[in-house]
Design a binder for this molecule. Structure first.
Ligand code: ARG
Length: 575
């Protein structure tokens, strides 16, 4: 089913020389309810048509045939205001939502593959805030595209190769303790890494030794490879444990090391195109004609670089998945890297180079020093998770002491707070992460949205008995409700209109790679529900009004639930 907005964009495109895709982003949500549910600003046409916008608006309004959209249109000054037919909301929307339940929002196959590269922590280096953001944003995009019917491949391009392994091997051979490594590999490897740097200040020969060991690793020396595999294996198990805890999925863990045996071929391709230059034994590509700095592809000691591996990986991924898009969810500080990398793909003549997209994001600063002081400017994912759950537990104990399964709710609320606290911001902006703020039950937070959902569950349970939620079998005659003047309070209308906006915000989140559109939408919906609930009693309403309101909130419950799930957040029934 097309959304109302899509219907409007389609209609307008038949009247003016613009495609629906160009029109849709121009449609505004007016600041006041009386001004329509969507408005099209005719300024954009004034230059081209050489007429004042209010004249264009009047002419267009006169040309629109009644019945061509499920709504009406009115010109007002330079705007065309569109009003969704209320019966459409009753009869189509609410029934579609409640009929499809947990599948509402899911679309059929697109027969297109989207590959998403996200999270990608580095072994033995700290799991930085950048990795946290990448994990959360990438995972939301993964879920959103999957719901929209794409084949999605989530790849964790683990940083499992590089000179740090030479250092770690040296550190482990000198000071290592196997039982500590087993117990807590992620922290312990980082500890060794820090220790190495400290000791190397006093004893610079250590660096030489580390280079020696890395060299051995590159030459596939058995001892070196054995230790490396051990470090890598233990770290992966630990990462996977945390991902599972957070509900994050990947289809592949092919990290940087996976491309080791493809690097020569890759360099050969660059050479064939005449792009490779030698400079003091190192190999680089000159990108100066394109206004970019030259990029080093092989060091003089023969070691390949991050970008060389990225080239090999992209080529491999295209061969393997034939993607229609390959998204890299990586911090904005790597913008230059991606410019160089994509330029090289283009110069190598790959037509799909244009389908590789860097999805950048800003930094997070943790307001609470506790997160950033442990051995330097570092966060550990696990510490963030534990802290969030612990704080959520305290809040829930206070707010709802009688709740049965507090652990479960605390996990949903704590993890939800971290994820939503990130996603609610436009990704490109820097974020200040403040624990008090993200866990505030009345703020722009996951708990606020989750609480609206839990509240609806409790109302439905009271009205319909224990097994109320999720049945979706209640019969509702939308036409009758309309005839009897039900659901006509302003809060009810607003709630219906907001419900009608879910799909467009979902699509927008996908198109612009910005889960924030969906997160902000859920806040609006939760807010509109709270306003409604404040003014329109459900359980004490009489007869068919009660029925209609129950159906309305069931629709809201489903959309809140499905929307949170698309962001990777659980919606507990009680909290
Ligand atoms: N491991 C890298 C880092 O921590 C991120 C990798 C992102 N993915 C990629 N294909 N370059 O900076």
């Amino acid at each position: 089913m097309l959304t109302f907005k899509e219907e409007v964009a389609g209609l307008l495109s038949s009247l003016i020389a613009m495609s629906p895709a160009e029109i849709a982003p121009l449609l505004e949500i007016p600041p006041e309810p009386g001004m329509g549910d969507y408005a099209f600003p005719c300024f954009v046409l004034a230059r081209r048509q050489k007429k004042p916008p209010h004249v264009i608006a009047a002419e267009l309004a006169a040309r629109i045939e009644p019945g061509s959209i499920p709504g009406t249109v009115q010109n007002r000054g330079p705007y065309l205001n569109f009003y969704i037919d209320r019966p459409y909301l009753f009869e189509k929307l609410l029934l579609e939502i409640t009929g499809r339940g947990i599948d509402y929002g899911k679309e059929k196959g697109q027969n297109k593959t989207i590959v998403i590269d996200y999270s990608a922590p580095n072994i033995a280096k700290p799991f930085g805030v950048g990795h946290l953001r990448s994990t959360v944003i990438g995972s939301a995009l993964y879920r959103i595209y999957r719901a929209l019917g794409y084949r999605v491949v989530g790849i964790n391009h683990i940083g499992d190769w590089g000179t740090q392994f030479g250092k770690l091997i040296v550190a482990f051979r000198r000071w290592g303790d196997s039982s500590q490594l087993q117990k807590d590999p992620v922290h312990y490897l980082y500890h060794l890494y820090v220790q190495f740097h400290r000791e190397a200040e006093k004893e610079p020969e250590l660096n030489e030794e580390a280079r020696y060991w890395f060299r051995k690793l590159e030459l596939e020396d058995e001892d070196a490879v054995g230790i490396w595999e051990h470090f890598r294996g233990l770290s992966l198990i630990e990462f996977q444990r945390l991902y599972r805890l957070m509900g994050i999925e990947f289809d592949s863990y092919q990290g940087e090391s996976f491309y080791n045996n493809m690097l020569e071929e890759t360099l050969e391709l660059v050479r064939e195109k005449g792009l490779l230059k030698e400079s003091e034994g190192a190999l680089l590509a000159d990108l100066e004609p394109y206004g970019l700095p030259p990029c080093l592809l092989r060091k003089k000691d023969g070691a390949a670089l991050y970008i060389t591996r990225d080239l090999a990986a992209a080529i491999y991924r295209y061969k393997t998945y034939r993607f229609s898009k390959l998204l890299y969810v990586v911090g904005a500080e790597q913008t230059l890297h991606f410019k160089q990398f994509f330029k090289l793909l283009e110069l190598l003549g790959f037509p799909w180079a244009d389908d590789c997209i860097h999805v950048p994001f800003g930094l997070i600063h943790f307001k609470d020093g506790r997160m950033s002081t442990r051995e330097g400017k570092v966060i550990f994912l696990e510490d963030v998770i534990n802290r969030a759950i612990e704080m959520a537990q305290n809040i829930i104990r206070e707010k709802n002491p009688g709740l049965e399964n507090k652990e479960k709710a605390a996990k949903a609320v704590g993890l939800g707070a971290i994820i939503f606290g990130d996603l609610v911001n436009d990704r490109i902006k820097d974020v200040e992460f403040d624990w008090e703020k993200v866990l505030d039950f009345s703020g722009e937070t996951a708990p606020y949205v989750q609480y609206a959902h839990a509240r609806i569950c409790s109302i439905l349970k009271k009205a319909l008995g224990e097994s109320a939620t999720g049945s979706g079998e209640r019969h509702f005659d939308g036409a009758l409700a309309r005839a009897e003047g039900l659901l006509e309070a302003p809060e009810e209308e607003q709630l219906l209109i907001t419900l009608a906006r879910f799909k467009e915000q979902l699509r927008r989140a996908a198109e612009e790679y910005r889960p924030s559109f969906l997160a902000r939408y859920l806040l609006d919906l939760a807010r509109d529900f709270n306003k409604f609930y404040h003014n329109c009693p459900v359980l004490t309403a009489g007869g068919s009004l009660k029925e209609a309101r129950l159906l309305l909130i069931e629709g809201v419950r489903i959309v809140l639930h499905n929307g949170l799930e698309l962001l990777g957040i659980e919606a507990p029934e009680e909290m």
